[in-house]
Design a protein around this ligand. Structure first.
Ligand code: FES
Length: 133
């Protein structure tokens, strides 16, 4: 009986460890930039106004330049139920479906029902273009 208990306890421990491993791995992958976007030229830097931004519909991304020479890119897919957000305006983007608003420079939620911030993509300016890195 104690052997059965030990084996069950061992399996339980292994199962929990395996689940933790899968969960940690999945969370890590979720934050990585999709390989098909790495190296993509999103927009010419000169086409992104300081204090404003531009939606790149092809990639469902918007690029903003919150201050001179600082570029950021975020997913334009609303984290509530997946509608596309509007172009950045007055420092925020809005979702036409249920009214969520996000800070265009940080992706943070300004107004629910969305609860999660917009996904950010790392970008650099290379040869005058904003490129996903
Ligand atoms: S899908 Fe954007 S607020 Fe609901």
């Amino acid at each position: 009986m104690s052997q059965n208990l030990s084996r069950r306890a061992a399996l339980g421990t292994f199962g929990a460890a395996g689940l933790a491993s899968v969960t940690a791995c999945g969370a890590g992958q979720g934050r990585q930039t999709p390989q098909n976007l790495v190296g993509k030229e999103l927009v010419k830097a000169a086409d992104v106004p300081v204090g404003g931004g531009k939606i790149i519909g092809e990639h469902k991304i918007f690029v903003v330049q919150p201050s001179e020479g600082v570029f950021k890119a975020f997913s334009s897919v609303c984290t509530h139920q997946g509608c596309g957000v509007t172009a950045p305006r007055d420092g925020k983007v809005s979702c036409p479906c249920h009214g969520s608003e996000f800070d265009a420079a940080t992706g943070e939620v300004l107004k629910p029902p969305a609860k999660a911030k917009l996904r950010e993509y790392p970008v650099e300016v290379k040869n005058g273009a904003v490129v996903v890195v």
